[in-house]
Design a protein around this ligand. Sequence first.
Ligand SMILES: O=c1ccn([C@@H]2O[C@H](COP(=O)(O)O)[C@@H](O)[C@H]2O)c(=O)[nH]1
Length: 237
Amino acid sequence: MTSPASRIFCAVDTTEIDSARRTAAQVNGAVGGIKLGLEFFIAQGPAGVRAVIGENGPPLFLDLKLHDIPNTVASGIRSALPLKPAFMTIHASGGGAMMRAAADAAAEGGAERPKILAVTVLTSLDEDDLRGVGQALPVADQVTRLALLAKESGVDGVVCSPAEVARLRAACGPDFILMVPGIRPVWSATNDQKRFMTPAEAVAAGADHLVIGRPITASADPAAAARRIVAEIEEAA
Ligand SMILES: O=c1ccn([C@@H]2O[C@H](COP(=O)(O)O)[C@@H](O)[C@H]2O)c(=O)[nH]1
């Protein structure tokens, strides 16, 4: 069975190399990998990613959420292959052809290819937000629709909120990867997340990986916060 700590990617959301390196060092061993996203990549680029992860560093989740025409997204994935990320993201709403192009480009990485995950509906959005952008379906239906399209298009899994995990596990099967942000221990602020659950609830529902940022990184002791989360998952199991 996968250990709770190894399921967690710590979202290191900063523009600064020193800060990212410090956080990555603090949580080393307490989580399974490091997620670097847009703000870090725009500020520091591939060299910054290398400076944080190093040669034999922790698994890297490069969360760039690509969303463009198929050719451009495929080129973006291809450009990131030398960084050997374990996971990369695209937006499922970019459509089937775009997702297929991303999966094909990732396959060029061979045995060390990144797994491609399609973001369904951002965890910061709720029903009202979807209506605001012209999406009439309930959130869970829209997430399921995008996840099924992602699976059909050959990507490895999706990013979804904990609230949709059980439903997607049933709809997409045991091997489809469910990467789950919107994780909030009861002792943590909810911030801008609207569809969230506790770490233990997300794991119980069937999440493969948890993405956890501020509950760990905003803590005075990030390693202790990560260990507390792991203990809560273990106690609930
Ligand atoms: O739907 C999504 C997709 C990605 N994220 C990312 O996860 C982390 C969450 O950080 P917290 O501090 O735990 O809120 C962040 O990097 C987001 O870009 C997401 O939250 N929701």
